[in-house]
Design a protein around this ligand. Structure first.
Ligand SMILES: Nc1ncnc2c1ncn2[C@@H]1O[C@H](COP(=O)(O)OP(=O)(O)OP(=O)(O)O)[C@@H](O)[C@H]1O
Ligand SMILES: [Mg+2]
Length: 278
């Protein structure tokens, strides 16, 4: 049950364009409150959207932050949040993948929705249960994959009608692998790009504030300029790298110095160059 005070940061400290946050919020609010008043034929809103983007761009975090935000609006009624790791559903056992998908979409989730609260569901790695039937990878039985994907499609249609108080956010960093019929059921796709220069600076600033630093703003802006192409997760991990790479004589809670951050940046750049060369 949400809200959960700690979760405010999944919204406030994940830096994406304001427009993305606004659209996410409006979409979820519309689906949770207004959708039930529309006919599924007149306005086929399935209550499912996709967040796509490279690893570490904030997809899963934003959905949690969004759920928390919606819950603070829902008042006393509360809001339920469920997280599903789709990666756990496919099985080597013939027929099990399909059974697991049916169980999730036609039993577990409708049962949650029946409790009457608004429900936000995060399904991570959706490509593993809505796999493109024409692209089933080697080692998997194509008939089994097709059956599991068909079960997912049917399950979504079932949920659209049976659970108008539920909104599902699926995430993927491998959207090429998703079945076209699944894509066509999505209400919206949210694209999360790698952070631009301004966003990188904001993330770096935030991560440095977490550990403490004596770097002034000019120094932070300069360092951020060297981090092009990194995801939000990479940027925060780089600051962590700077913390653990410092001289052992430095106190653990001493603020990070500019030089220490640059040592971590240079180490990262050298590794990247070496990787590119091999
Ligand atoms: N846009 C961002 N702004 C600030 N921090 C970010 C951002 N994106 C990611 N992070 C940091 O990286 C962490 C991991 O992000 P998250 O798990 O939400 O990424 P993801 O897109 O779901 O990644 P994956 O595709 O690997 O599941 C966050 O908790 C946060 O610390
Ligand atoms: Mg994720």
């Amino acid at each position: 049950m949400l809200p959960e005070t700690d979760w405010e940061q999944y919204w406030d400290r994940i830096y994406v364009p304001d427009e993305t946050k606004r659209r996410l919020f409006n979409y979820a609010r519309f689906t949770l409150t207004r959708r039930k008043t529309f006919s599924l034929v007149g306005l086929p809103v399935h209550g499912i959207a996709l967040l796509r983007g490279a690893p570490g761009t904030g997809k899963s975090s934003l959905v949690k932050g969004l759920a928390h935000r919606l819950a603070t609006e829902a008042g006393d009624e509360g809001l339920m949040f469920a997280e599903v790791n789709a990666h756990a559903l496919p099985s080597q056992m013939l027929g099990d993948s399909q059974r697991n998908t049916v169980n999730l979409l036609e039993r577990a989730l409708p049962e949650l929705a029946e409790k009457g609260h608004p429900v936000v569901v995060l399904i991570d790695e959706i490509d593993s249960i809505a796999t493109d039937r024409d692209r089933a990878s080697a080692g998997t039985d194509p008939v089994d994959v097709a059956r599991a994907t068909e079960a997912a499609l049917q399950g979504l249609d079932h949920l659209a009608a049976a659970a108008p108080n539920m909104v599902i956010f699926a995430t993927s960093n491998f959207p090429q692998a998703i079945d076209p019929a699944f894509l066509s059921r999505l209400d919206l796709t949210f694209e999360l790009d790698l952070p631009d220069r301004t966003t990188t600076t904001a993330i770096l600033r935030d991560a440095l504030d977490e550990v403490g630093t004596d770097m002034d703003d000019d120094a932070r802006v300069k360092a951020a300029a060297a981090l092009a192409g990194m995801s939000g997760r990479d940027i925060r991990k780089l600051v962590f790298e700077a913390v653990i790479s410092r001289e052992s004589s430095v106190a653990v809670d001493a603020p990070i110095k500019e030089k220490e951050l640059w040592t971590a940046i240079e180490a990262r750049t050298t590794t990247k160059t070496r990787e590119a060369a091999t």
